[in-house]
Design a protein around this ligand. Structure first.
Ligand SMILES: [Mg+2]
Length: 308
């Protein structure tokens, strides 16, 4: 498989996972399977979402990707400005922690850290969910560059080092997958890149025998979210199955499936996505006029990110 096919798979797979999970967000395990007992099912809508409508996960990933292209590299202040403009337009979905940071009035280089110092709680999964575009963009620069960029982009909204380290791990595993290698066997090497203070907790949820039932937090937290994405990839045999398994965990279904799609999309490639899913997919972009990205625009974005 061509590398570009994997890059498109990461971006499109994440967006499709987001839209597949959106109607079941905060629901119980198995809600999707109960509605579609015979397979991965449809992008069905519900809970305020139209069929195929992607949520904040994909919207923020698009904002990151477009900033990287237009600024020709990582410009954290520019990404933060784009996030703020988007948040001010009151998107349907906006994670609590991200909202607090983006609306605090603090400058980009202080907002997330100030929030973390004040609350002590900033290990949400919101920096994992938007990682598909930056993971594709920085992968060709190698392990050190992609993990460093991951930490800096995560730190814009997530002051907790746990979120930054987890986002670095996801970037590294996507880099491995884009090279055509197996990200699951790369987990030990990726863990070696994690800051020692954070490593044990990450090693637990990324272990080959970990199961989402063993999570000690809801999957809106960064550890079980990434752990569940790896579990979904490890325990299924196709991209649609991996995404469906992620959604069927319940809880933060759109984000767990978006993270699963980022990684599994890079493994299986975009052609593994059912046509009926990509045809229904659409990504409104609050704060940016009437822009709505559909699959062709997301594919073009992924191509530009992968071939810059
Ligand atoms: Mg969402």
């Amino acid at each position: 498989m061509e590398r570009i096919e994997r890059a498109i798979g990461a971006v499109l797979g994440s967006a499709v996972g987001d839209a597949l999970g959106a109607p079941f967000e905060f629901g119980p395990p198995g809600a999707r399977a109960a509605r579609f007992p015979d397979g991965p099912g449809e992008l069905c809508g519900g809970g305020g979402w139209d069929p195929g409508e992607a949520t904040d996960d994909t919207q923020m990933a698009v904002l990151v990707g477009e900033s990287l292209l237009e600024r020709e590299g990582l410009d954290p202040a520019d990404i933060f400005d784009r996030f703020r403009r988007w948040a001010a337009a009151e998107p349907k979905d906006l994670g609590l922690q991200t909202e607090q940071v983006l609306t605090s009035g603090e400058p980009w280089h202080r907002a997330a850290e100030a929030h973390f110092r004040m609350t002590g709680h900033a290990a949400g999964n919101g920096s994992l969910m938007r990682a598909s575009t930056s993971a594709v963009y920085f992968a060709p620069d190698g392990q050190a560059a992609t993990t460093a960029a991951a930490r800096r982009i995560a730190a814009l909204t997530h002051g907790d080092p746990a979120a930054q380290e987890g986002t670095a791990v996801l970037h590294e595993l996507v880099r491995v997958a884009l090279d055509g290698d197996d990200p699951l066997t790369a987990v030990p090497d990726a863990l070696a890149l994690v800051h020692p203070a954070e490593r044990d907790r990450w090693a637990t949820v990324l272990a080959a025998d970990w199961h989402p039932d063993r999570a000690t937090e809801a999957n809106g937290a960064v550890w079980p979210c990434l752990g569940s994405a790896l579990w979904a990839l490890r325990t299924t045999g196709s991209l649609p199955q991996a995404l469906a398994a992620a959604v069927d965990l319940g809880g933060d279904t759109d984000t767990v499936a978006a993270v699963t799609g980022t990684l599994a999309g890079a493994v299986y490639g975009a052609e593994a996505l059912p046509r009926r899913w990509t045809a229904a997919l659409h990504v409104p972009l609050p704060g940016y006029g009437d822009r709505v990205l559909r699959a062709p625009e997301l594919i073009a974005l992924a191509r530009a990110l992968a071939t810059r």
